[in-house]
Design a protein around this ligand. Structure first.
Ligand code: UT7
Length: 337
């Protein structure tokens, strides 16, 4: 990263929202050929939350709730927000961007913003982007929210995928600080589009615009070759997390927490093992929420912070892997008391 930056971007607020409706593993035993035992041992998931139907709202509803939580808990008025970045692969619609809907819902009348599509790495990519806006010196309050209504693109007849995903939103408020020892310290972010065939949703875009045929062929739901993704996810997440520790002379003792994307407990464990990080220093809530795509990492941060488990000065390694492929790791020093 450049040494020329005037300001460091630090986290000054957090917020989250999960829907009330819980789908436990017993629910899936009733709708597909699966078992609580298989789901728990293969993924670590016990339950996930979903918005029941469209009447309950879409991704902008989830993101707005998280944004309102940030505003309320930081005592910030919406007019103060300079920019809103929403990381999502389930926008309410192709356009306008979900960020515009959130802006309107919260009354952030001085803000600009946009959506960022990087699947499960969305929050990391949006976080780095938001920090860059702060570091430029031009923006003082930037909201970065990861939000996904995965239930809108899950095929509930496909046992390989339907058990994995949940709906949620969570995010942070970023502000400048002259104290360079806190906030974003470093990031290693990557994309590799050659992974496009093993994890995607092919229908609905300009390649396969919606037609009766695309619907009949079930092209508007998640396709994942789980085994293929599993192998590269373990290697990708572990490699960049290890690399960022080496680059910043961090030992596993220095790291307060690994904050991994919550796709599979076995991937999380393998990443932690490669980094030499003890299980008790790994943020885990996949058991309660499943894979909420762009929301998993901020959801962990908010829960652990509010439970009093992270404190100012704690060194955190955030790590994710997702469709694209997209992956990366961020070294963040926590900045809130
Ligand atoms: O978040 C973005 C990136 N995504 C990921 O990181 C996900 C990466 N992949 C995974 O987490 C895992 O591959 C899964 C959890 C998706 C699947 O676990 P797995 O251990 O790789 O299982 P598998 O796909 O190799 O399937 C093993 C067996 C198969 O049966 P056969 O062919 O051995 O008879 C599946 O049909 O398990 C079967 N299976 C199930 N059985 C019961 C697949 N899904 C289920 C299910 N219940 N829900």
């Amino acid at each position: 990263m450049s040494n020329k930056k005037v300001f460091n971007a630090v986290v000054t607020g957090v917020g989250m929202y999960v829907p009330d409706t819980i789908l436990d593993n017993a629910y899936f035993e009733k709708i597909v050929d699966t078992s609580d035992e298989w789901i728990r041992t293969r993924t670590g998931i016990r339950e996930r939350r979903i918005l029941k139907d469209v009447k309950e709202g879409a991704t902008s509803f989830l993101a707005t709730k998280a944004a309102e939580d940030i505003l309320k808990t930081t005592n910030t008025s919406p007019e103060e927000i300079d920019a809103i970045i929403v990381a999502t692969v389930t926008p309410d619609m192709f356009f306008p961007a979900t960020a515009c809907l959130v802006q309107d819902n919260i009354g952030a009348k001085n803000a600009w913003g946009f959506d960022l599509s990087a699947a499960c790495s969305g929050f990391l990519f949006a976080f780095q982007t938001g920090c860059s806006l702060i570091e430029s010196g031009r923006y003082k309050k930037v909201m970065v929210i990861g939000a996904d209504k995965m239930s809108s693109i899950v095929d509930y007849k496909d046992r390989n995928n339907c058990i994995l995903f949940g709906d949620a939103a969570a995010g942070v408020l970023l502000e400048p600080s002259e104290d360079s020892s806190i906030g974003l310290q470093d990031s290693i972010l990557r994309v590799d589009g050659s992974g496009r065939e093993v994890l995607n949703m092919k229908g609905g875009g300009s390649l396969n615009p919606p037609t009766h045929e695309t619907v009949d062929k079930n092209m508007h739901v998640i396709y994942q070759d789980g085994k293929a993704v599993y192998k590269v996810a373990v290697k990708g997440m572990a490699d960049v997390s290890y690399e960022i520790m080496q680059k910043n002379n961090l030992t596993s003792d220095d790291v307060a927490y690994l904050v991994p994307h919550q796709a599979n407990l076995r991937i999380i464990d393998a990443t932690a093992e490669r980094m030499g990080i003890d299980r008790n220093k790994v943020m885990i809530n996949i058991d309660k929420f499943g894979n909420t795509t762009a929301a998993t990492i901020p959801l962990c941060l908010v829960e652990y912070y509010r439970d009093g488990k992270i404190k100012k000065g704690d060194k955190l390694i955030l790590a994710a892997f997702g469709a694209g492929f997209t992956w990366g790791s961020i070294y963040l020093v926590w900045s809130m008391d």
